[in-house]
Design a binder for this molecule. Structure first.
Ligand SMILES: [Zn+2]
Ligand SMILES: [Zn+2]
Length: 328
């Protein structure tokens, strides 16, 4: 088995890549995405208050959890189980972050795992460019459609289909609710120094922009920076920095090695707050059946770390063993 791992294909080298003529930017379709970025500049005009900043930070964490636990670990990978009601709660929370609907997100993500860092991988920074992997493909009309063949298992839930069709409803409702909250706090507790527009700019628009680029950094930078523990067929990497930003998704090389695992930080020292939160939710019975990485995958990590300790970089490269790139 170990020899199979050593012989696996190395990640491709960046080539001269240009978008296909069918991959033009869709300006009208990108208006909501671009508008959110423009509106985030409102933080420079609406003033600062600790109240708006605290709500923005708290909502960033909660909505990022919707993406990591809901869209990614649950809907894309089925790495744990939950009730139909909590499935909807997770999906609606994730949809409020403005990253399209649950079937669209899971479908494109499953395609990424199927074709990681090959010509068919829509957001590979290795085969294509970092800009394209990060945001170029998001602006492209060709990829606005839900890849239906990848999400047949999710199509039987009409409530998920509804969210997928009306993906702008949860973020719009959240924006209205935050404006109302800021307005009410401003009138009821004027000492807090906030108001409706300030709350909207900080907690909704700026928070949503941070969520976009936090999430997208996994597609782009997490295939470029950090360490490779496992010799996966793609160029995925483990990055503590990106794990901080994305509540644990930065252990992306671990994740590509064993995508069915609920936890992506495979070891106690790999910070994975999404996993900690899911453990708490499992204790109160909201989720269950959390899948662990199998023992042989954990042993494989030990095998590589022992090898690295005993060989110099040239020998490691000759054997095709994951390189010890600087920690990202
Ligand atoms: Zn990846
Ligand atoms: Zn994944």
């Amino acid at each position: 088995m170990i020899s199979d791992i050593l012989m696996e294909r190395r990640p491709g080298e960046p080539g001269a890549w240009k978008p296909d003529p069918s991959e033009r930017m869709d300006l009208p379709g990108s208006i909501p995405f671009l508008t959110v970025h423009l509106a985030a500049l409102g933080v420079f005009f609406t003033g600062f208050s600790w109240t708006a900043a605290a709500v923005a930070a708290g909502l960033y964490v909660v909505r990022m959890f919707g993406i990591t636990a809901g869209y990614h670990r649950y809907l894309s990978h089925k790495s744990f189980q939950t009730s139909r009601v909590f499935q909807f709660v997770l999906a609606a929370l994730a949809t409020s972050s403005g990253q399209m609907g649950p079937l669209w997100w899971a479908g494109h993500h499953r395609l990424h795992h199927l074709h990681s860092d090959t010509a068919e991988d829509v957001h590979s920074p290795v085969v294509r460019t970092v800009w394209w992997a990060h945001v170029g493909w998001i602006l492209c009309g060709k990829y606005m459609q839900t890849p239906r063949r990848m999400v047949r298992d999710l199509e039987r839930y009409p409530e998920l289909e509804w969210l997928n069709r009306h993906y702008l409803v949860p973020p719009t409702l959240l924006a209205l609710a935050l404006t109302g909250l800021g307005w009410w706090l401003g009138r009821r507790f004027p000492a807090l120094g906030t108001n409706g527009l300030q709350m909207l700019a900080w907690a909704f628009f700026a928070g949503t922009v941070c969520l976009y680029h936090g999430t997208f950094s996994i597609n782009s930078f997490c295939h470029l920076m950090g360490r490779r523990r496992y010799n996966t067929k793609d160029s995925s990497r483990n990055s503590f920095l990106l794990a901080l930003v994305t509540l644990g998704e930065g252990w992306h090389n671990n994740h590509h090695r064993y995508p069915a695992s609920e936890r992506q930080g495979f070891f106690w020292w790999e910070f994975d707050p999404t996993h900690y939160a899911l453990v708490v939710l499992s204790r109160i019975g909201l989720v269950w059946g959390l899948k662990r990485p199998p023992d042989e995958v954990l042993e494989e990590a030990k095998f590589f770390s022992d090898l690295k300790a005993g060989l110099n970089p040239a020998d490691l490269a000759a054997l095709g063993i994951p390189e010890a790139a600087p920690e990202g």
